[in-house]
Design a protein around this ligand. Structure first.
Ligand code: 3PG
Length: 305
């Protein structure tokens, strides 16, 4: 059985070595494709493999149909919006993710970006502190739980909205659940997005919702660029000169954001929330182990299709 590690944005070398050891140790064959520039390279690489480990790499219908003997795709990470689940299911391909494995890395990056904006992008002028500010967590999954842990140490007041959890489940983490998404946005100095990108959430962070933000609020997006209605945010930032936007996923209209609001926006050059050795090891090894268990025992824990 052949396992392909296909990562356009490579894992740290130490993680790749350990992934290979797990694959080898389970009598599977390890192959890798990193930093590819053309989709054709991926199509060629998947032809004869039985399993694929990916990150944000696009596994669409064309890729799935080119992978004639594919049995399983594991997204080493949380969000699987980059995989065509329907095409996978139609071709009897199991899709899994590795929930929670890179959450701390994403949460730490969100705090790094919050401080960077609070301190005026380190330009030497007087900034603000996180202490006593309100942090609003939009959805309360694995990343938000890490956000809450860190925010407690900063002395922030923490609020969350998650329609899939009860107030008590959120309160267990010392976080106050609010009753509506509008209430969350109107009560947050920092609003941090932790929703997946799907048909319901795409462009859902729109002008109508964002205009609830209090004066001086910062939007922190380590989720997906697709959840933001960029036209609406650009319009809002033109009239609300106090609003700031920071993200590790460059928006489609990055040129407009940078040109119009240079001091109030920041976008990292590459998506990098989960880009730490620790997160690469956690997510990559979990993916390799899940594949080994799938082939050995038929284990389908973490299947998402
Ligand atoms: C995830 O969904 O796990 C994160 O967005 C990380 O994505 P990445 O593996 O492309 O860095």
């Amino acid at each position: 059985m052949k396992v392909l590690l296909a990562t356009d944005k490579p894992f740290a070398a130490v993680a790749v070595d350990q992934i290979k050891s797990i694959i080898d140790g389970n009598d599977l064959e390890f192959v890798k494709l990193e930093k590819y520039t053309e989709k054709q390279q991926l199509l060629d690489a998947v032809k004869d493999v039985n399993a694929i480990i990916i990150r944000s790499d696009i596994i669409d219908k064309v890729v799935i149909e080119a992978a004639k003997v594919l049995k399983i795709v594991v997204r080493a990470g949380a969000g699987y919006d980059n995989v065509d689940l329907q095409a996978a299911t139609e071709n009897n391909v199991v899709v899994m993710n590795t929930p929670g494995q890179n959450s701390n890395a994403v949460a730490e990056l969100a705090f790094g970006m919050m401080i960077y904006m609070a301190r005026k992008k380190f330009d030497g002028s007087s900034g603000t502190e996180l202490k006593d500010k309100r942090l609003g967590l939009h959805a309360f999954g694995n990343v938000s739980k890490n956000m809450a842990r860190i925010a407690h140490c900063f002395g922030m007041e923490i609020l969350a909205f998650d329609p899939f959890l009860t107030s008590d489940q959120i309160a267990e983490y010392g976080v106050k659940a609010v009753n509506s998404v509008e209430e969350l946005y109107s009560s947050s100095d920092y609003i941090s997005l932790h929703i997946p990108a799907n048909a319901q959430t795409k462009k859902s962070i729109n002008q109508e919702l964002l205009q609830n933000l209090p004066k001086g609020a910062t939007i922190v997006n380590t989720a997906r660029k697709e959840v933001i209605d960029e036209d609406g945010l650009l319009e809002l930032m033109a009239v609300r000169e106090d609003i700031r936007y920071v993200s590790d996923i460059a928006p489609d209209r990055i040129a407009d954001f940078n040109e119009k609001f240079a001091s109030r926006v920041f976008f990292s050059p590459k998506k990098m929330g989960a880009q730490t050795s620790e997160a690469n090891i956690n997510a990559g090894l979990a993916a390799a182990r899940q594949i080994a268990r799938f082939f050995k025992e038929g284990d389908t824990t973490f299947k998402v299709n």
